[in-house]
Design a protein around this ligand. Structure first.
Ligand code: B12
Length: 203
């Protein structure tokens, strides 16, 4: 699996795709492959922070990781009944979507119908989606300290208009403490616990 890790760091999409297919052929569990992809992205984060990788390279790594995830996604065992609907998106001003996509993927595999609004989603778009899809839960992702402020405003607007909807939040800079301070109903540090959290909130 070291090869997948290395290909992600090199931003080699073709390599990642081949690597993931090879791992699957070797009988490695999809969840283990996802862990490997996440670990490689964590290393990309460390290198970006240290100034050893720059935005174009990080983008290439992100793209490579996404392609790898696309292959694994259909293999995650979805439960064949719906647990309920969840609208999810990355808040306005924020273009990070790898973590949000992972959360969406694991929610789907846990049996939820997920409506993914994508990145840079303003509060009004969340509201319109709530009107249209009537979800039980709305999930917001933010990866920048600046967009945590936008998250706060968006959560406030949603709760004020739709008091029965449960709002969950996440993203690298977000914590339980921050989630509590903005009155979100739930926080999860990773995609697997996001799915557990959603199930708890529904039941
Ligand atoms: C990849 C990346 C990018 C890519 C994004 C590509 C993409 N399609 O997403 C690109 C190159 C575009 C990018 C751009 C920028 N980035 Co950037 N980026 C990263 C990086 C390296 C990795 C993020 C990532 O994908 N992690 C992997 C995923 C799996 O983890 P995750 O996102 O945390 O998600 C998990 C959990 O948080 C949780 N979760 C996430 N969302 C949700 C939602 C819910 C509801 C729940 C319950 C849970 C949950 O579950 C996820 C899965 O386990 C991080 C470093 C880091 N360590 O976070 C920097 C980082 C976030 N970026 C940073 C910066 C500064 C920028 C730029 C401003 C850089 C620039 N100078 O232009 C721009 C901003 C663009 C914008 N407006 O958004 C900083 C933020 C600093 C800060 N405190 O604000 C970081 C921390 C890097 C750093 N150390 O300096 N970036």
């Amino acid at each position: 699996m070291d090869y997948i890790y290395a290909y992600v760091l090199e931003g080699d999409t073709e390599g990642v795709v081949k690597g993931v297919k090879r791992a699957l052929q070797d009988g490695i569990e999809p969840a283990v492959i996802i862990d490997c992809l996440i670990n490689s992205m964590a290393e990309v984060g460390v290198r970006m922070k240290n100034g050893d990788m720059f935005v174009p390279e990080v983008l290439a790594s992100a793209e490579a990781m996404k392609e790898g995830l696309q292959i694994v996604k259909p293999l995650l065992s979805g439960e064949n009944y719906s647990q309920g609907k969840i609208v999810i998106g990355t808040v306005a001003g924020d273009l990070h979507d790898i973590g949000k996509n992972l959360v969406a993927m694991l929610l789907e595999s846990a049996g939820f119908d997920v409506v993914d609004l994508g990145i840079d989603v303003p509060a009004e778009k969340f509201m319109a989606a709530i009107e249209e899809h009537q979800p039980a839960i709305v999930g917001l992702s933010a990866l920048l300290t600046t967009t945590m402020e936008t998250m706060k405003k968006t959560v406030g607007a949603i709760i004020a208009r739709y008091p029965s909807i449960r709002v969950i939040v996440g993203g690298a800079p977000v914590s339980q403490e921050f989630a509590d301070s903005i009155n979100a109903h739930g926080y999860a540090p990773d995609a697997a616990s996001a799915a557990d959290l959603a199930k708890r909130l529904i039941n």
